[in-house]
Design a protein around this ligand. Structure first.
Ligand SMILES: Nc1ncnc2c1ncn2[C@@H]1O[C@H](COP(=O)(O)OP(=O)(O)OP(=O)(O)O)[C@@H](O)[C@H]1O
Ligand SMILES: O=P(O)(O)OC[C@H]1O[C@H](OP(=O)(O)OP(=O)(O)O)[C@H](O)[C@@H]1O
Ligand SMILES: [Mg+2]
Length: 298
């Protein structure tokens, strides 16, 4: 199934929804966000946004219902394994890895228990929302176990007597700690990804995809870049620019009413550490500014 309008599936509510909306809006999409609508229209482009549960996003891509989707790699991989078993199509193209939704799927056990390695899980009950990723990992380790499938509140399972251990998502570890559990083994590391259905797109849709990818790349590049400005004594320009990360071609500008100093402007893809700033200052530089860059088009 395919419609004329470019369709993007995103999580309606949860860990990925705010940053996905920010990503799309930073690409210039004006999303009409009337609450509780499955489909949100984009006012200034031929795009519809489908707001769904994250678990449904890989299937919508693999069944060619939507053109793009933003989802965690954990859900993408789990769905792929599940659909492979069911003989359903699992094709998709990775468009870009994104810089949010970072988490890991980990095994965790009650804090008071001694951890003697994954082999000690042999024959035990493990509660998880990710049965396929958990099984793939433990099969590789040669460990047999019983799955207790839960779609939420997995962390309470050991205390409730439902399972001996869990395999769930961890980021800060606060949820595990609050439930008297400790992380003992990472099973899968995940970030959000932008994926596309694996059929050729109509030319109009491909044009939209190309524009959005260019803009996303501009955002990704800008995100890791800084604009550095400072005033420097003319006779120290060489020494100072040698210290600036990635400053092969700095811009030098005259300063009004000052014949001994110039302004140096540099776009840097690296971090300017305090230590470097202090060295530059010791060489006579002043007014050192490090500014974030919002967008970049090369
Ligand atoms: N603590 C976290 N920090 C960062 N990213 C996370 C965290 N927990 C989960 N994620 C990522 O965000 C995705 C969505 O997590 P969330 O907890 O909102 O999902 P959910 O409860 O399954 O929501 P839904 O109602 O859409 O099914 C996860 O699949 C994972 O990729
Ligand atoms: O290690 P932490 O930083 O504590 O994060 C981990 C928690 O975050 C996610 O749930 P979320 O808070 O999104 O709520 P949910 O259980 O309703 O999905 C995940 O399922 C864990 O429970
Ligand atoms: Mg979900």
């Amino acid at each position: 199934m395919s419609t004329k309008k470019f369709r993007i599936a995103m999580q309606k509510k949860g860990r990925l929804s705010v940053e996905t909306t920010e990503l799309l809006e930073s690409c210039g999409l004006k999303i009409n966000k009337r609450e509780d609508r499955l489909i949100a229209h984009v006012e200034n482009m031929e795009i519809d946004i489908l707001r769904v549960r994250d678990d449904d996003i890989p299937g919508l891509i693999m069944d060619h219902v939507v053109d793009w989707g933003v989802v965690g790699e954990n859900v993408l991989e789990e769905t792929t394994l599940e659909r492979q078993q069911e003989g359903l199509p699992v094709g998709y193209n990775l468009v870009r890895k994104l810089d949010f939704g970072g988490c890991r799927l980990s095994l965790a056990i009650p804090v008071e228990q001694e951890w003697k390695g994954v082999q000690s899980l042999e024959g035990l009950k493990i509660a998880t929302t990710y049965p396929n990723l958990t099984k793939r990992y433990l099969d590789q380790q040669g460990v047999n176990f019983k799955t207790v499938l839960l779609t939420g509140s997995v962390e309470v399972a050991p205390r409730a007597g439902l399972a001996d251990a869990i395999c769930d998502l961890v980021s800060s570890g606060a949820t595990l700690e609050a439930n008297g559990l400790k992380e003992v083994q990472v099973v899968y590391r995940s970030k959000a990804v932008l994926i596309q259905r694996d059929q050729e797109l109509y030319p109009e849709k491909q044009a939209i995809a190309d524009t959005l990818i260019r803009r996303i790349d501009g955002m990704i590049q800008a995100h890791g870049s800084k604009y550095i400005m400072l005033h420097a004594p003319k006779d120290k320009v060489k020494e100072i620019t040698a210290l600036l990360p990635g400053a092969e071609n700095p811009t030098l500008l005259e300063l009004a009413g000052n014949s001994t100093h110039v302004a140096i402007h540099v776009v840097s893809t690296e971090t300017l550490f305090w230590e470097t700033m202090e060295k530059i200052k010791a060489l006579g530089a002043s007014s050192i500014l490090v500014l974030p860059i919002e967008k970049m088009l090369k």
